[in-house]
Design a binder for this molecule. Structure first.
Ligand code: DSN
Length: 478
C-alpha cells in the first residue's frame, strides 16, 4: 500500500464531511494537530493504526445486529457476522481463550456483561431460570420480587479505587457497588503492593461470589495464579479486568502467573488502551460462561456497533503480528526508564517503580495536589491525569497523584533515552510549581503558580522531543 493512500483516505473523508458541517471537519483536523503536538502520557490512551481508524468510518455503522453470530434479532446480518466472527477468532487466538465476545462498547459495558453472566450462572433461582429461557413475560410480580432479592446483595471483592482498582470493581458510587454487596482489598501501606495473604483473609471472611483482579492505576504485575487459588478456596468466580494491560498480555510480556487468561473464569478488557485498537470492550471466558456472556446484548448492552467490531478485527489482527510483541516490551522498558528517571531526580513513586506500562507519582512530595500538578503539566504541553494514591488524603477529585503511562509515546517510537528527558521535563515543572491559596488565606487544592515563560519553554522542549517521531507520518491533511 502506498503511504499516499492514507493521506488520500483521510483527506477525502474530511472533504466529504466539510461539505455538510465544516466545523466538524475542522475539529477532526484540529484534534490531529493537538495529538501530534502534545506529549501524551495518559496511561489509558494510545494511537490506533490508520487501518483501524478507517474500518470504523463506514456503513457498518448503519446496521442493527442484536444477538450473536448466526443468531440475530434482525435480518441481513451476514456481513456483520463476518466481522464479528473474525474479531472473536483473532481474540481467541491472540489470548488463547476458549471464548471471546467482542460486542461491548466499553470496558464498563464489558464488566456489566461479565457480572450478568456470573450472576446468571451462579445464582440458583427458579425465576432466573424462567427469564433465561426467554419466558420473561411469564414472570409474575412475585417472581420478579424473588429475582431482585436473589440477584441483589451478591458479594463482590475487588481492589479498592485508591489502591489502583477501577470504579466498576465495587466502588460504592458506581453501579457495581450498588448491585453487589461489596468489599475491597487494598495494598500494603509500607510497600504499596498487593498483600495476597490479606486478600485471602478478606475472601475467607467475606466469601464473595466474585473475586475481581485487575486495576487501572497499580504499577505492578499481579499474580493471577495466587488470586485464582484464593477464589477457589472460597468458591468464588475469578474475574480479571485486564483493560489496562491487555497489550502486555497480547505481546507476551505478561506470561505464566501474570497472564490472567489461563487463570480466570472470565476476563474483561477494553480494546483501545495498550492493545491499541478502537475504543471498545471485549469479554473472554471459559466455555461454561460462554452462553451467558453471549446474552450481553440485549441483556445489558445496546445494539452492537458493527463498524467498531470491524475495527477490532483489524486491530486484533495487527496484535497477532510478531512486531506487536516488540512493541509491548518497549512499553514496559519505557515505563521503567521513565520511573528510573523520576526516581533519580527525587520523585516519590507509589510502590517505588513499575513493572507494567504505568507510573504513579505521589506529587505530595512536590507539595502539590494531583489537580495542581495535572494543570501545571498541561500548561507545559504534557498531558497526564490526576489519580488517587493509596489512602489519599485529597480524595478522588483533587487527589495526590499523577498517573503516567507509555503506550502512546511508545507507538510514536520514543525510546528509553527520551523517557529520561521526559522525566526531566516533568520533574522541572513539578519542582517549579507552587501551591496557591484561597482568598481567605487557606491552602487551595486547585490553585497554583507556574512561571508562564518556563511553561512555554517546557512546551517547546516537549515538541522538540516529539519532532523526530511524527504521529501518523503518512497522513498529510494540507
Ligand atoms: N478511564 C479509564 C482509565 O483511564 O483508566 C478506565 O476506565
Amino acid at each position: 500500500m502506498s503511504r499516499n493512500a492514507e493521506s488520500t483516505a483521510f483527506r477525502s473523508a474530511l472533504e466529504v464531511i466539510r461539505a455538510v458541517e465544516p466545523r466538524v471537519a475542522d475539529a477532526i483536523g484540529a484534534e490531529l494537530t493537538d495529538q501530534r503536538e502534545s506529549l501524551k502520557l495518559i496511561a489509558s490512551e494510545n494511537y490506533a493504526s490508520p487501518a483501524t481508524l478507517l474500518a470504523m468510518g463506514n456503513w457498518f455503522s448503519d446496521k442493527y445486529a442484536e444477538g450473536t453470530v448466526g443468531r440475530r434479532f434482525y435480518a441481513g446480518c451476514q456481513n456483520v457476522d463476518t466481522v464479528e466472527a473474525l474479531a472473536a477468532e483473532h481474540a481467541r487466538e491472540l489470548f488463547g481463550a476458549a471464548h471471546a465476545y467482542v460486542q461491548p462498547h466499553s470496558g464498563i459495558d464489558a464488566n456489566l456483561v461479565a457480572f450478568w453472566a456470573v450472576l446468571a450462572d451462579r445464582v440458583e433461582s427458579p425465576a432466573l431460570k424462567k427469564a433465561q429461557v426467554r419466558q420473561v413475560n411469564d414472570l409474575t410480580e412475585a417472581d420478579w420480587f424473588e429475582l431482585r432479592r436473589e440477584l441483589g446483595n451478591q458479594r463482590m471483592l475487588g481492589m479498592s479505587l485508591d489502591a489502583g482498582g477501577h470504579l466498576t470493581h465495587g466502588f460504592r458510587p458506581n453501579i457495581s457497588g450498588k448491585m453487589f454487596d461489596q468489599r475491597s482489598y487494598g495494598t500494603d501501606p509500607a510497600t504499596g503492593l498487593i498483600d495476597y495473604d490479606r486478600v485471602a483473609e478478606a475472601a475467607r471472611e467475606f466469601k464473595p461470589l466474585i473475586l475481581v483482579g485487575g486495576y487501572s492505576a497499580y504499577p505492578r504485575k499481579v499474580n493471577f495464579r495466587i488470586l485464582r487459588e484464593i477464589a477457589d478456596s472460597v468458591g468464588a468466580t475469578f474475574m480479571v479486568d485486564m483493560a489496562h494491560f491487555a497489550g502486555l498480555v497480547a505481546g507476551k510480556v505478561f506470561t505464566g502467573d501474570f497472564d490472567p487468561v489461563p487463570h480466570a473464569h472470565i476476563v474483561t478488557t477494553t480494546t483501545h488502551k495498550s492493545l491499541r485498537g478502537p475504543r471498545g470492550g471485549m469479554v473472554l471466558c471459559q466455555p461454561e460462561l460462554a452462553d451467558q456472556v453471549d446474552r450481553g446484548c440485549p441483556m445489558v448492552l445496546g445494539g452492537p456497533l458493527p463498524h467498531v467490531m470491524a475495527a477490532k478485527a483489524v486491530a486484533l489482527a495487527e496484535a497477532r503480528r510478531p512486531d506487536f510483541a516488540d512493541y509491548a516490551q518497549r512499553i514496559v522498558d519505557n515505563a521503567q526508564a521513565l520511573a528510573d528517571g523520576l526516581l533519580r531526580r527525587g520523585a516519590k513513586l507509589v510502590t517505588g517503580g513499575t513493572d507494567n506500562h504505568l507510573v504513579l507519582i505521589d506529587v505530595s512530595g512536590y507539595g502539590l495536589t494531583g489537580r495542581q500538578a495535572e494543570q501545571a503539566l498541561l500548561d507545559s504541553g504534557i498531558v497526564t491525569n490526576r489519580n488517587s494514591v493509596p489512602q489519599d488524603p485529597n480524595g478522588a477529585w483533587y487527589t495526590s497523584g499523577i498517573r503516567i503511562g507509555t503506550p502512546a509515546l511508545t507507538t510514536r517510537g520514543l525510546g528509553t533515552a527520551e523517557m529520561d528527558q521526559t522525566a526531566e521535563l516533568i520533574h522541572t515543572v513539578l519542582t517549579q510549581t507552587t501551591a496557591g491559596a484561597n482568598a481567605d488565606g487557606t491552602p487551595s487544592k486547585a490553585k497554583y503558580t507556574l512561571d508562564a515563560d518556563l511553561a512555554d519553554k517546557i512546551s517547546r522542549q516537549a515538541t522538540d522531543l516529539l519532532a523526530p517521531h511524527p504521529l501518523y507520518p503518512a497522513v498529510d491533511l494540507t
